[in-house]
Design a protein around this ligand. Structure first.
Ligand code: GLC
Ligand code: CA
Length: 554
């Protein structure tokens, strides 16, 4: 397997709006990020992935871009960006940009031109179709944020496609001019010195020419078979690789909803000349009665089956991205661990162990290193996210399900859980802003914050710091072969890693009960690399406490 810097890197995701506010307007910004680079350096991460910072009307918090080569007003200026990049590089931190090119904002110049007339030179930059009439779109597809995926535009009496909100029209990648514009823009950022791209819903850029009704899924037809991993997806990514990516020493990670291990081997194969790695979603996509809105936790055997499969199947063929959460997911400790006060710290460390010991590049979402939790939403007015607001309306306000029934589901899974401000200290607004934050701070900031955790050697923060440091000293964590054990256990997640004559045993408890465990003979009495509590590994039968985790080496 080829050795590369990005296989060895730990990546930290910043959601700029909620990271650090420098000027008291309640919105995180670039100067705020620059002011916290020393904190990130101290944690030890290598790469910072920034969620979008480009000019945007913020219908979807920056994932709707109106100018790819300008900075969002609230976040600062291009000078602030250059300063942040230079200060990051000075500290050996690389910067990965979010690349959102499945769609633009409807306020992007291209779209404002496109909608003017059917013969405008930008018309074919987007996907326009005749409807059945002004009330009936070309087909029954639904958008990811609720409602139909088509919007009628009076100007030319046609519909445009938007797989996300109606302010996010989909670009037409079949138009070579669109591809060239995107590649030129990417080149411009690479020449500025950025270190990579995280590519937003990149598996959705190629669509079929025919657009028939989809199978009804919830309220609308499913566009999946026509828009996800579409006919030219690999061709376009190879073209992007040839024209841009291969010319720079950068890393790329594709957000690829719907990806399987087979497809990942094509998207991110060692020799396929597309991307370095992809985000897969199988382990976060457990759906229930109300689609993604579900308050149930995974059955451990099911979760392990998915993660074990990704580990085994990509080995030596493609590279994994490892994550428990991000800006679209609830907080890891609340979802996969246990955020009750007696278990929060232990289970957050357990999750970190379980993830960082697998093969792949680990991603830490801001605040995860502090064990930040889901937000205690009181009412639908607390939501800021377009997805949660629309889902509440679509399911609840419309009477399809009662508030009582739906509330635990939407609050457990809302993206806003991840988007509350980073808790820096125990002063007002958790030190995030001197003003009023755009989204409320989690009231638990007095107990959970960076200031107290950096001062406490037993904190979740210091545990992450240690895991990151261990990766630098132990190539086995990066390159070792993975082998699952005890696949039928509903309590323990157990696996080994092997590199040359070295071997690691990783044991993680996902339950709030004691369990008994027999240490495999070859590991009895071996030394402990990291653990979230003490135990006696010299015996073969041991009791594992709730959410205990340890790694033995030989
Ligand atoms: C991706 C982003 C998400 C955004 C969507 C549309 O899934 O991660 O935040 O809403 O794409 O751009
Ligand atoms: Ca600000």
């Amino acid at each position: 397997m080829k050795k590369t810097w990005w296989k060895e890197a730990v990546i930290y995701q910043i959601y700029p709006r909620s990271f650090m506010d420098s000027n008291g307007d309640g919105i995180g910004d670039l100067k705020g990020i620059t002011s916290r680079l020393d904190y990130l350096k101290f944690l030890g991460v290598d790469v910072l992935w920034l969620s979008p910072i480009y000019k945007s009307p913020n219908d979807d918090n920056g994932y709707d871009i109106s100018d790819y080569q300008a900075i969002m007003d609230e976040f600062g200026t291009m000078e602030d960006f250059d300063e942040m990049l230079a200060e990051a590089h000075k500290r050996g931190l690389r910067i990965v940009m979010d690349l959102v090119v499945n769609h633009t904002s409807d306020e992007h110049r291209w779209f404002m031109e496109s909608r003017k007339s059917t013969d405008n030179e930008y018309r074919d930059y987007y996907i326009w179709r005749e409807g059945k009439d002004s009330q009936t779109p070309p087909n029954n597809w639904g958008s990811c944020f609720g409602g139909p995926a088509w919007q009628y535009d009076e100007e030319t009496a046609m519909y445009y496609l938007h797989l996300f909100s109606k302010k996010q029209p989909d670009l037409n990648w079949d138009n070579p001019k669109v591809r060239q514009e995107v590649f030129d823009m990417m080149t411009w950022w690479c020449d500025k010195g950025i270190d990579g791209f995280r590519m937003d819903v990149i598996s959705m850029i190629s669509k079929t020419k025919e657009m028939p009704d989809g199978e009804i899924n919830g309220f609308y037809g499913d566009y999946g078979p026509y828009c996800v991993h579409g006919p030219n997806i690999h061709k376009y990514l190879q073209e992007m690789n040839e024209k841009v990516l291969s010319r720079y020493d950068i890393m790329t990670v594709g957000e690829t909803p719907g990806v399987t291990t087979e497809l990942a081997k094509q998207y991110a194969g060692e020799d396929t000349h597309e991307l370095n790695m992809v985000f897969q979603f199988e382990h976060v996509d457990n759906h229930g009665k109300y689609g993604k809105w579900d308050d149930q936790k995974w059955q451990l055997t099911k979760l392990k089956k998915i993660l074990n499969h990704w580990q085994m199947d990509l080995y030596d063929k493609a590279w994994n991205s490892l994550f428990w959460d991000n800006h679209d997911q609830p907080r890891a400790v609340s979802r996969f661990g246990d955020d009750r006060p007696q278990y929060r710290v232990t289970s957050a460390k357990m999750l970190a162990t379980c993830l960082h010991m697998m093969q792949g590049s680990p991603y830490i979402f801001q605040g995860e290193e502090l064990g930040m939790t889901n937000y205690p939403f009181q009412s639908p007015d607390d939501f800021r996210d377009i997805e949660s607001i629309n889902a509440y309306k679509e399911w609840c306000a419309s009477g399809k399900v009662s508030h009582e029934e739906f509330w635990p589901c939407i609050t457990f899974r809302s993206r806003d859980n991840a988007r509350t401000p980073v808790q820096w200290d125990d002063t007002e607004q958790a030190g995030f802003t001197t003003g009023t934050p755009w989204i409320p701070v989690n009231p638990n900031y007095k107990e959970i914050n960076a200031k107290s955790e950096t001062a406490d050697p037993d904190s979740v923060f210091h545990y992450y710091k240690k895991l990151i440091a261990l990766r630098k000293e132990n190539p086995i964590m990066v390159y070792g072969k993975y082998e699952p054990l005890m696949e039928d256990s509903e309590e323990l997640f157990v696996y080994t890693r092997t590199l040359d004559d070295k071997k690691l045993l990783v044991v993680c408890s996902f339950t709030d009960q004691d369990t008994v465990f027999t240490i495999p003979e070859e590991f009895v009495g071996s030394s402990c690399m990291i653990a979230n509590m003490e135990n006696d590994y010299s015996k073969s039968d041991i009791t594992i406490r709730p959410y205990e985790a340890f790694v033995l080496t030989k």
